[in-house]
Design a protein around this ligand. Sequence first.
Ligand code: ZN
Length: 211
Amino acid sequence: MESYHLRRGQVYAPCGQPEDAVTRYVRIVRPGGKRVRIADAATGRREREVDVNRLHEFPTRNGVERRTGYALVETREWLWDLTDRALRQYPYTVSSTTIGQDVHRGGCVRLEPQPAVEAVRILVATLEAAAWTVEPTTLYPDELRVRFQGQSRCPSMYVAPGDGRQYCTRWRGHADEHQDDLTLYQWEDNAPQPPAWWVPGQRLPGTPASV
Ligand SMILES: [Zn+2]
């Protein structure tokens, strides 16, 4: 499996935390070299540099839990934690996420029970604070396409029958067919549809305020 350790945007959790502590996840802002620039994952604030040796690919070493530094976490888990906290006071949970480890590829999230604008707003604000781009998907009215810093990339996705999802990895507004560089699958254009539960006239996530 491909390693995402020490890549930009990847999320890490502090090692050796007490069980009941609130995890303060960090993300990599600038990788490379002996010093790695990190920031709080949820807000992008508190940028600082750490020695590369403090960032671990796995939370254990020789079967023993690490007590210092930070360990790479599953992007999916971090996103669940982030959105669960945001929605804690509300009767909604995020369900059926399909989020891979590659933050730039991202995935999509769905709210349960019936999505409401209130919950979607909270979700969008939370994800945008974490520098994730949120958009309606091209497939399902109650799903949101989410990925890290995705403003410049095409939002189109596609599900082949009996197959996984394909996410277009080309630039936004490209003229040729959509292509997923991971699966090399190509498909025809399909424009994002505003979700049915979205208030008419409201700015859709991912669109400029002037539109
Ligand atoms: Zn595309």
